[in-house]
Design a binder for this molecule. Structure first.
Ligand SMILES: Cc1cc2nc3c(=O)[nH]c(=O)nc-3n(C[C@H](O)[C@H](O)[C@H](O)COP(=O)(O)OP(=O)(O)OC[C@H]3O[C@@H](n4cnc5c(N)ncnc54)[C@H](O)[C@@H]3O)c2cc1C
Length: 416
C-alpha cells in the first residue's frame, strides 16, 4: 500500500527522482527496486542553516500497485444564460472569481470592465514603457484580469484573514496554471503565464452563459430608496440588476469618489506606503543561501523583513526574486511602482516593496477630504514622484545607502 512520508533532504536529492528514491529506500530500509514511483505533495525550503534542506511531503507507491495522481477538475458548472443577472464591476481577480462563484450558485454574471481585453491591453503597456503615456482605462492595473494579469502571480499571503486558498489554487490549475503551485509552499505563476489563464477564465464565463463587456466603465449607480437598481456606463447605457458586486480594486479612486458623492457610507483606513528596493539577485542568493553560487537545485532566493522602527511597523512587501520593476500608475501625472517576474524568475535583479505603516493621523493635512483623506495623501505623493521623475514614467531613484542617509545619489547603477 502507498505510504505518505515527511522528509528533509539536500536540494540535489529533492531535484533528482533517482536520488530521492534511493534516499527513501535507505530511510525505509527497503530495496530501491521496491519503489515504483514517488509523488511530491508539498515542498518548502529551510535555509535557516548553512546546509540548506528541502522539506518534502511525499507519497511513495510500491511495485505492483496503481499510481494515483491528483486530478484537478472544474466544478460542475451549469449554463446560466437564462438565470437571474448580477452585475460585477471590474474584471480583476476579485471580479473574475466572483463571476465563477455566481455561476456555481446558478446566477448569471454581467462583468463590466473599463479596460480592454488582455491582448489589446499590451499596446497600452508599451505606450507607458516607451512613450510615458498612461491610458486611464488601460494600463498595468486596468483591463482584463485587472492588476492581477501583469502581477507577479505570487499566490501566498501573510494575512491571517484568509479564505480557502487551496480552492483558488485548484481553480488556477484547472484554468491552465502549472500543478506545481499546489506543491510549493510559496506558489508563483509568473507574469508571462497569467494572461493566458485569465483569458481561459473569461472564455469559460462566456461559454456558461455569463457576459463580459470590455471598454465599459461604470460612472454612476442607479439607487432608489437606498437599494441598488443598476449602473450607468460611460457610454450612457443603463444596466439594470438588483444585485451588484463592486470589484474595482484599490486603484480606482473615482469609484470611491462616486460612492462618497452618492451618499454611500465609506471610511478611511490606514495603509502602508514606501519604495521599491532593487538588488542583484546574486547578492540576495549569497545572503539567503550563505553560498557563493546558488547552483541549479535552488530557486532564486526571496527575503522578508518585518521591523518596528520608531513605533511604526515597517516590512517588505511583494518581494520578486528574479524580477523587474514596472510602472503601474493608472492616472497621467503620477508615478507608482510595483514588481513582477516571469515564471522562471530568471532576471538578474530582485526587487521588493519596503513599506511603512501609515496611521489615520498622517492624513491630517488632507482632513477636508473626509473619508477620502488617505487617498488624497497617496495621490499627492504619487504626483510628487512624477514631478521628481522629470514628468515621465521613469522613477526617481537613489542608491539604498544614500536613501538611508537622506542623501541624493551622485550616480545610479544599471537597474531593471
Ligand atoms: C506589477 C504587480 C505585481 C503584483 N504582484 C502580486 C503578487 O505577486 N501577488 C499578489 O497577491 N498580488 C500582487 N499584486 C496585487 C494584485 O494584483 C492585486 O491585489 C489584485 O489584482 C487585486 O484584485 P482586484 O480584483 O481586487 O482589483 P484589480 O486587480 O485592481 O481589478 C479591478 C478591475 O476593476 C476595473 N475597474 C475599475 N474601475 C472600474 C469602473 N468604474 N468600471 C468598470 N471597471 C472598473 C479595473 O479596470 C480592473 O480591471 C501585484 C500588482 C501589480 C500591479
Amino acid at each position: 500500500m502507498s505510504k505518505e512520508l515527511l522528509l528533509q533532504v539536500a536540494p540535489e536529492i529533492a531535484g533528482n527522482d533517482i536520488l530521492l528514491k534511493q534516499q527513501i529506500a535507505k530511510l525505509e530500509r527497503i530495496s530501491f527496486s521496491e519503489i515504483q514511483h514517488v509523488s511530491i505533495l508539498k515542498r518548502s525550503i529551510d535555509a535557516r542553516q548553512k546546509a540548506i534542506k528541502i522539506n518534502l511531503k511525499v507519497v511513495v507507491f510500491f511495485q505492483g500497485e496503481s499510481i494515483i495522481e491528483r486530478t484537478i477538475e472544474l466544478p460542475d458548472y451549469k449554463d446560466v444564460s437564462k438565470a437571474k443577472e448580477v452585475i460585477v464591476v471590474g474584471a480583476g481577480p476579485a471580479g473574475l472569481f466572483a463571476a465563477l462563484q455566481l455561476i456555481e450558485l446558478g446566477l448569471k454574471p454581467i462583468v463590466l470592465e473599463r479596460g480592454k481585453n488582455v491582448q489589446d491591453r499590451r499596446r497600452d503597456l508599451k505606450a507607458i514603457n516607451r512613450d510615458h503615456i498612461v491610458n486611464e482605462n488601460s494600463n498595468y492595473c486596468y483591463g482584463e484580469g485587472g492588476a492581477g494579469t501583469y502581477s507577479d502571480g505570487k499566490l501566498y499571503t501573510r494575512s491571517k484573514k484568509r479564505g480557502d486558498v487551496d480552492r483558488i489554487l485548484e481553480l488556477f490549475v484547472a484554468f491552465g496554471a502549472s500543478p506545481q503551485i499546489l506543491v510549493e509552499a510559496h506558489p508563483h505563476i509568473g507574469t508571462n503565464k497569467l494572461p493566458k489563464i485569465i483569458q481561459s477564465i473569461r472564455e469559460k464565463i462566456i461559454e456558461l452563459g455569463g457576459e463580459v463587456r470590455f471598454n465599459t466603465k461604470v460612472v454612476d449607480f442607479l439607487i432608489k430608496q437606498n437599494a441598488i437598481e443598476g449602473v450607468v456606463t460611460q457610454q450612457g447605457d443603463k444596466i439594470v440588476a438588483s444585485n451588484l458586486i463592486l470589484a474595482t480594486g484599490h486603484s480606482a479612486r473615482d469609484i470611491y469618489e462616486l460612492l462618497h458623492k452618492r451618499g454611500v457610507y465609506i471610511e478611511a483606513k490606514p495603509f502602508a506606503l514606501g519604495v521599491r528596493a532593487e538588488h542583484p539577485q546574486e547578492l540576495i542568493d549569497k545572503i539567503q543561501y550563505s553560498c557563493d553560487f546558488r547552483g541549479e537545485f535552488l530557486p532564486p532566493a526571496p527575503y522578508s523583513i518585518v521591523k518596528q522602527v520608531n513605533g511604526r511597523g515597517m516590512y517588505s512587501f511583494c518581494m520578486c526574486p528574479g524580477g523587474i520593476i514596472a510602472p503601474c500608475a493608472t492616472t497621467p501625472g503620477e508615478v507608482v511602482t510595483n514588481g513582477w517576474s516571469p515564471s522562471k524568475r530568471d532576471q538578474a535583479t530582485a526587487n521588493s516593496g519596503i513599506v511603512v505603516e501609515l496611521k489615520l493621523e498622517d492624513f491630517a493635512p488632507f482632513a477636508k477630504f473626509g473619508p477620502l483623506a488617505g487617498m488624497e495623501f497617496q495621490k499627492s505623493i504619487e504626483q510628487q514622484a512624477w514631478r521628481l521623475a522629470g514628468e515621465t514614467q521613469k522613477v526617481p531613484a537613489q542608491r539604498m545607502i544614500d536613501f538611508t542617509q537622506s542623501k541624493i545619489s551622485e550616480s545610479i547603477p544599471k537597474t531593471s
